[in-house]
Design a protein around this ligand. Sequence first.
Ligand SMILES: Nc1ncnc2c1ncn2[C@@H]1O[C@H](COP(=O)(O)OP(=O)(O)OP(=O)(O)O)[C@@H](O)[C@H]1O
Ligand SMILES: [Mg+2]
Length: 236
Amino acid sequence: MNPNVIETTDIAKTYVMGAEVIHALRSVSIQIPRGEYVAFMGPSGSGKSTLMNIVGCLDTPSKGQYILNGQDVSRMSDNQLAEVRNKEIGFVFQSFNLLPRASALDNVALPLIYAGLNKRERNERALESLRAVGLADRASHRPNELSGGQRQRVAIARALVNNPSVLLADEPTGALDSKTSHEIMDLFEALYAKGNTIIMVTHEEDIARYAHRIVRLRDGLVESDEVNLQLAVHSA
Ligand SMILES: Nc1ncnc2c1ncn2[C@@H]1O[C@H](COP(=O)(O)OP(=O)(O)OP(=O)(O)O)[C@@H](O)[C@H]1O
Ligand SMILES: [Mg+2]
């Protein structure tokens, strides 16, 4: 069996803006085995979000090949891509993106509606997912009745409720204070230890240090791709 959950081969992404052609990604070939925990770093404009959007099936490359969990997704239609995305990818964003009027439980249960589960099954699975992030006792709270770190935990529980192949997090600690950021990184480490595959984008070196591998982008190319020898967590 192919150990890689993600394989990109020479992918590029170009945007045409009037007379200007922008090479957001020039040529990126990357393999990520199942169960790995990777950070994408790089200066502003280096292509991190573009790469995350392609890896997360929100967008397709202009050239090259992307194999996700054994499926070639590089030339799929938007509808096919949406289907793969719902099944394979869990997203976590800097700004949490929770529904403000819905309880934590309902926010986490939402992706299961598309999976066709009945309400009792959805609530059971959602509560289990909240328990995994340490928030079972806040299930009936709305987002404005939770702290920032708790809101991000709800978003993480929602991302994981479908058992996705990959957890993608774009600046997951960007809106959090330092202490809360490190608590969220401790949670990521626990999720990694349980076997989840995690890819996060971060600007912050002390957040990237939690990842087990660090890929640095510059001008749409991979500048370096290394095992993290300065792991922030030693007692997983
Ligand atoms: N939809 C788009 N149309 C045109 N150009 C784009 C588009 N999206 C991104 N770009 C350009 O592609 C390049 C890479 O952008 P990208 O958003 O991937 O950078 P980034 O590494 O995520 O930066 P940041 O750290 O600021 O979030 C930039 O030069 C950007 O201006
Ligand atoms: Mg970005």
